[in-house]
Write a protein that binds this ligand. Structure first.
Ligand code: HEC
Length: 396
């Protein structure tokens, strides 16, 4: 019942929210995945139905079928779960590296699916999932009344946990070796410093916990198991998920859709062409579809507002536009800079795409100046309020 409620009922409630928010945050990333992997998702759906039916059968057929049948149902359920993981891992890894190199020219869903990164990620994820199983199951095992059974299960889970944690940590090294160069840069320089430490603490704490539990199975109580589950989720799973999402930057999908929804590379096999040359030739404001007509051409009256729109559409995926939050833009520029300094800096940093962690964002002189004007206006405080409140700012 715990498994059913924890994984499936809560999962069913959060999943539509996840799909909704990712589609809003990254429509082109989702679109790229759906166009490449629609049949993989259809397959996953079929397997997932087996999994969901399986978990209900497991819970509601206890005592109504013989033990052997129940074990068989558990096996089918487990295999179905594993298969959904395999499919999702293939899709996730293609977001980092789109499968085999020939996919870009020849296409083919399997070429997109089986990349250098797929099995490394599967190899890492499977043991970590077993380790999490061993931790979470402690909550259930702790409540067994039969002391002998409790000791047996607690010991078995501890062994599973130790083996799985060590195997997962080893596989993590393999996984890291399969990442693109940009991921290495993000990993080394751009992630919060406490992340590697948090992961190390989670792995270390899990090992100590499993060892203690192995030696003192009777000491296993629900509250400690629950606390340990929280530690694993907060110190292990959360940094891992954030790291995986960050490592992919500046891309959101397949090394061709940038995080800011600009297509940044050609993929002939799916008929996708880089938008960078068009943006270089005509500027972002003229080519982006969601720009209000009055901002397509910059003049003295709308410069700050156009700058804000540029920041919103091209930078806000990774930079907070206010003083707080994730990498706020204004933090990079101290007081006393002129609009021109900032504009030149932005062009140098962004136009060529030579930072590995940011997309190539071509800014012509007008747009760089507008963006600079907006960034400077946010530092005085009132400029931002004005830009937000007034559709057009009058020239003095
Ligand atoms: C894909 C994510 C992403 C996008 C989109 C993005 N940046 Fe960045 N940017 C980063 C990261 C990551 C850093 C490094 C963060 C840090 O060290 O504080 C960074 C750093 C910077 C810096 C500091 C100097 C440097 O070169 O490291 C500036 C300035 C900057 N970004 C401006 C912008 C502007 C302006 C835009 C929009 C036109 C933009 N960025 C879009 C991810 C992004």
């Amino acid at each position: 019942m715990f498994l059913l409620v924890f994984s499936y009922v809560l999962g069913s409630i959060t999943r539509p929210g996840i799909w909704y928010s990712t589609t809003v945050a990254s429509p082109r990333g989702i679109s790229a995945l759906i166009h490449t992997f629609v049949w993989m998702w259809a397959t996953e759906w079929v397997v997932f139905v087996i999994e969901v039916v399986g978990v209900y059968m497991l819970v509601y057929l206890v005592g109504r079928v013989d033990c052997q049948t129940h074990t068989r149902i558990a096996l089918v359920f487990g295999l179905a779960s594993y298969t959904t993981m395999l499919i999702i891992v293939g899709i996730l890894s293609s977001m980092m590296w789109p499968g085999k190199a020939e996919w870009a020219t020849t296409g083919g869903v399997l070429n997109a699916f089986y990349g250098g990164n797929t099995f490394a990620q599967l190899g890492m994820r499977a043991p970590f999932m077993f380790a999490i199983t061993a931790v979470v199951d402690g909550i259930v095992t702790a409540r067994f009344e039969d002391a002998q059974l409790k000791r047996d299960i607690a010991r078995k889970l501890s062994v599973l946990g130790i083996v799985a944690t060590l195997a997962g940590a080893a596989m993590l090294q393999w996984y890291l070796a399969t990442l693109p160069e940009s991921a290495g840069v993000v990993l080394e320089n751009r992630l919060p410093e406490h992340f590697p430490l948090a992961m190390a603490v989670a792995v270390g704490a899990a090992l100590v916990y499993f060892l203690v539990r192995y030696m003192q199975p009777r000491a296993l109580v629900s509250s400690v198991a629950a606390a340990m589950t929280v530690v694993i989720l907060v110190a292990g799973l959360w940094p891992e998920e954030v790291a995986r999402e960050s490592l992919r930057k500046p891309w959101v999908a397949g090394q061709y859709v940038y995080s800011n929804q600009v297509v940044g590379a050609d993929v002939p096999s799916v008929g996708v062409r880089s938008e960078i040359p068009t943006i270089e030739a005509h500027g972002f404001l003229k080519t982006h579809i969601f720009v209000p007509e009055k901002l397509r051409t910059i003049d003295d009256g709308n410069r700050v507002e156009a700058g804000r729109l540029l920041a919103l559409t091209t930078c806000a995926n990774c930079h907070s536009l206010t003083a707080t939050g994730m990498h706020p833009l204004q933090r990079y520029f101290g007081p006393g800079h002129s609009e021109r300094d900032v504009a030149e800096y932005l062009q140098a940093a962004l136009a060529g795409g030579n930072t590995l962690y940011m997309p190539q964002i071509p800014l012509n002189d007008d747009q760089a100046r507008a963006l600079a004007a907006w960034i400077l206006s946010t530092m005085s405080g009132q400029g931002a309020a004005q830009a937000a409140a007034q559709p057009t700012i009058r020239t003095e």
